[in-house]
Design a protein around this ligand. Structure first.
Ligand SMILES: *Cc1c(COP(=O)(O)O)cnc(C)c1O
Length: 388
C-alpha cells in the first residue's frame, strides 16, 4: 500500500528490514573522499565521492521518493543545481522562463546563460500565452509556482500539455511548496528543482540543491554532468538535509497555519495596501492551487503604504529576523528590493511588482501568538513614529 508523504519523509522503504549500519536509525555520515577496491574489477559500488557518496545517495533516494521521480541529485546549493541543469542546453537553444523568479535564477539566466549563447524569453507564464513564444529552437520552459516573491500561480498541467505538444522540457522550481505540498512531476513536468537550503533542510543551517526527474535519459545526462563538473553535496550537509526532511511534514503544516493567521492579520492593517498569499480566496491563483497542490505554503508578500513604513518595520523587528532566505523554523522578513532581487534591474523589478514598499515573509513555526504580538508591537511603533 502506498504510504503517506509524512511517513516517506522518515522511512525509506527500500532500506527497511536490513541490518546494515548496525541498525542505526540515523544514516551514517560517510566522510570519505575515496573508496578501496575489493580487487581488480571489483568495487564496493563507490569509487570517489565526486561521483557518489553513500550519505548523499541515501538523501537522493529520499528526495526522489518524495517527488515521485526515478532519480534525484543533490548539489552544494540550489544555484549549483540550476547551473548544472543549464548544461543540458547549447548555444542557440531558446528557453522560456518565468519573469518573476528567485533573483539568483534571473541573474544566472541573464548573465551566464545568455553569455553562453542561450536565448531567453522572460514572460509571465501564469497569464501569458506560453505557446505563442515557442519557436523551432525552444528547448524548455522554466517556471516557479508560486513565484518568488510575487506568488504568481501557474497551472502546471496546462503548461505541461503545451510542453509535451512541442517536445520541450518543463522545468519547475518547487522550492516554495516543497514536495510535501506539490509534486510537479505528477502534473507533467520533466524536471523539478529545489533549493534544499529552504524547506527541505528547514533549519537555516546549511545550503543544498536538488534536481529530480522521472526521465531515464535526463537522469543519465545529469549523472554524467555531476561527475564531470563536481558540485555534489558533501556528506555532512547531506546528513543535515536528511535529518531536516524527517520533520518536513509537521514544519510545513505548522508554518502554513501560522502564515494563514498572519495573512488575515495583515489584511486588517491600515498601513497594508496588499497581501499576496495564495491561501487567501481572493488570490487569483487560489483555485489552481487547490487543484494542483495540497496546501498553500508559508510564504507571503505584502505591501505597505510607503517605503518608509516598510524600512521602519525592518529596523524594529527583533524575534522575526530581517534576513534573506526562507523555509526555516525561524520567521524571516526580507526586503526583495535590496536583498534577493537587488541584481534585477529596477524597471524589471518594478514591472514584476517588486516595489520599494514590498516585503516578503517566510513564516516559521514559532507560536502564532508570539508572531502576531511582535507584528502588532512593531506596526504600532512605526505608526507612532511616522504619523505621531
Ligand atoms: C533560494 C532559492 C534558490 C537558490 O538556492 P540556493 O540554495 O540559495 O543556491 C532557487 N530557487 C528558489 C525559489 C529559491 O528560493
Amino acid at each position: 500500500m502506498a504510504r503517506g508523504i509524512g511517513t516517506k519523509c522518515i522511512h525509506l522503504e527500500e532500506s527497511e528490514g536490513k541490518s546494515e549500519n548496525y541498525g542505526a536509525l540515523s544514516y551514517p555520515i560517510y566522510q570519505s573522499a575515496t573508496y578501496a577496491h575489493l580487487g581488480v574489477g571489483r568495487s564496493t559500488g563507490y569509487d570517489y565521492s565526486r561521483l557518489q557518496n553513500p550519505t548523499r545517495e541515501q538523501l537522493e533516494k529520499v528526495v526522489a521518493t518524495l517527488e515521485n521521480g526515478i532519480d534525484a541529485l543533490a548539489f552544494s546549493t540550489g544555484m549549483a543545481a540550476i547551473a548544472l541543469m543549464m548544461e543540458l542546453f547549447k548555444p542557440g537553444d531558446h528557453l522560456i522562463v518565468d519573469a518573476d523568479l528567485y533573483g539568483g535564477s534571473i541573474r544566472l539566466f541573464n548573465n551566464v546563460s545568455k553569455k553562453n549563447g542561450i536565448l531567453i524569453s522572460s514572460i509571465d507564464c501564469y497569464k501569458e500565452d506560453v505557446e505563442s513564444y515557442i519557436n523551432e529552437n525552444t528547448k524548455a520552459i522554466y517556471i516557479e509556482t508560486p513565484t518568488n516573491p510575487m506568488m504568481n500561480v501557474t497551472d502546471i498541467e496546462a503548461v505541461a500539455k503545451i510542453a509535451k505538444k512541442h517536445n520541450v522540457l518543463l522545468i519547475v522550481d518547487n522550492t516554495f511548496l516543497s514536495p510535501y505540498f506539490q509534486n510537479p512531476l505528477d502534473l507533467g513536468a520533466d524536471i523539478v528543482v529545489h533549493s534544499g537550503t529552504k524547506f527541505l533542510g528547514g533549519h537555516n543551517d546549511t545550503l543544498a540543491g536538488f534536481l529530480v526527474t522521472n526521465r531515464e535519459d535526463i537522469s543519465e545526462k545529469f549523472r554524467f554532468l555531476i561527475k564531470t563538473t563536481g558540485s555534489g553535496l558533501a556528506p555532512f550537509d547531506s546528513w543535515l538535509i536528511l535529518r531536516g526532511i524527517k520533520t518536513l511534514a509537521i514544519r510545513m503544516e505548522k508554518s502554513q497555519q501560522n502564515a494563514i493567521e498572519i495573512a488575515k492579520w495583515l489584511k486588517e492593517q491600515k498601513a497594508v495596501t496588499k497581501v499576496i498569499y495564495p491561501g487567501l480566496a481572493e488570490h487569483p491563483g487560489y483555485e489552481i492551487m487547490k487543484k494542483q497542490a495540497r496546501g498553500f505554503g508559508s510564504m507571503l508578500t505584502f505591501r505597505l503604504e510607503s517605503k518608509e513604513f516598510a524600512l521602519a518595520i525592518l529596523e524594529k523587528v527583533r524575534m522575526i529576523k530581517y534576513a534573506e532566505s526562507l523555509g526555516g523554523v525561524e520567521t524571516l522578513i526580507t526586503y526583495p528590493t535590496t536583498q534577493t532581487h537587488a541584481d534585477v534591474p529596477k524597471e524589471i523589478r518594478e514591472k514584476n511588482g517588486i516595489t520599494e514598499e514590498t516585503l516578503r515573509l517566510s513564516v516559521g513555526i514559532e507560536d502564532a501568538k508570539d508572531l502576531l504580538d511582535e507584528l502588532e508591537k512593531v506596526f504600532k511603533e512605526v505608526e507612532r513614529e511616522l504619523h505621531g
